[in-house]
Design a binder for this molecule. Structure first.
Ligand code: SF4
Length: 325
């Protein structure tokens, strides 16, 4: 067993055997540079120098019925996070136009909550229609949607459906008790069956093991999701994970590299927690770890300055921002 053998398999798009996966997990940190180099090569073989960019708006915030332990928007926790109902379609489209002004064309509308009622569904459809008519590719992250709701939204111009599984089936009950893992898996299946671009990933540094991380990656692969967002825990005061230690940067890099080996042909997007783990100084180390995409700007508000800084840094790292992927 060697890193080279695992690398060759991943380059050919073959699944890694259990012993390959274990070899990568057990690799000592003094070989981290070698591992990252292999992961970056696998990513380049599939995606060239392109780095897919997307931006989001927090279109409905707070008072969520669910109790995900990392989340500031849960109504079960005491985090000091904004609370507001669904923004108007005009406000959402205006935020999309701002992102478009910075060259980003994949735009996610994110709303807290488990299920979507009729009134919010009409609001999402109107916003999606407005975004699509401007030439943007609208994605929606709004909890669990059923077939008929996704059909309405797809007809309005929806391109992508986002629903994270967050972690493995076995660790999930320690993170959330208000709904089941199976409900989330079914939501992802529904998105795939609807023919949408499905983006589903997880959050890391919440107490999960390497085995949990592997289980999640392999399930996402088997479900057929095209894009896997990777979030790192940013412990928020008032949530049950407020005192949790942030992941070490080396562990985060190794995790992204492992995901590239396990998911050689899927988009891997670095989303929340990048600066929490790496700081402003080191945050671009992730660009050489096998990732193929990045969420830019502020995560829950719009900030043109942040987008421009990201774009300049991506180009300086020798990558080409791919605005609509
Ligand atoms: S369902 Fe989403 S918004 Fe609600 S608590 Fe969980 S992660 Fe937060």
């Amino acid at each position: 067993m060697s890193l080279k053998a695992a690398y060759s398999k991943a380059l050919e798009g073959k699944s890694l055997a259990e012993k390959d996966i274990r070899y990568i997990i057990d690799l000592s940190l003094d070989r981290l540079g070698e591992l990252l180099g292999c992961a970056h090569d696998i990513r380049t073989a599939r995606f060239g120098n392109d780095l897919g960019l997307c931006a989001i708006i927090n279109a409905k915030s707070g008072t969520c019925s669910e109790n995900c332990s990392f989340c500031a928007q849960s109504g079960h926790h005491k985090a000091d996070s904004p609370e507001y109902p669904l923004l108007s379609a005009d406000e959402i489209v205006a935020a999309g136009a701002t992102a478009q002004g910075h060259g980003v064309t994949r735009f996610g509308v994110v709303a807290s909550g488990k299920l979507v009622g009729d009134s919010d569904l009409r609001g999402f459809a109107e916003a999606v229609k407005g975004l699509a008519s401007r030439g943007l590719a609208p994605d929606l992250s709004a909890g669990i949607l059923d077939h008929s709701q996704l059909k309405v939204l797809k007809q309005a111009g929806l391109r992508g459906y986002h629903h994270n599984l967050e972690t493995s089936a076995s660790f999930f009950p320690q993170m959330c008790t208000t709904h089941t893992y199976e409900e989330d898996v079914n939501a992802v299946r529904t998105g795939v069956e609807a023919g949408l671009y499905v983006c589903s990933g997880g959050i890391f540094g919440i107490g999960e093991t390497w085995d949990d991380r592997v289980d999640l990656a392999l399930l996402l692969r088997d479900l057929g999701v095209q894009s896997v967002p990777i979030n790192f825990l940013h412990p928020i005061p008032g949530t049950p994970l407020e005192g949790r230690e942030v992941l070490a940067p080396e562990e985060a890099l190794k995790l992204v590299a492992l995901y590239r080996f396990l998911l050689p042909d899927r988009a891997l997007r670095i989303c929340g927690g990048r600066v929490t783990v790496f700081g402003e100084e080191r945050k671009n180390e992730l660009l050489g770890s096998g990732a193929s995409g990045l969420m830019v700007g502020d995560y829950l508000t719009t900030s043109g300055g942040a987008v421009d800084t990201d774009l300049a840094e991506i180009k300086a790292a020798g990558l080409m921002p791919e605005m609509g992927s």
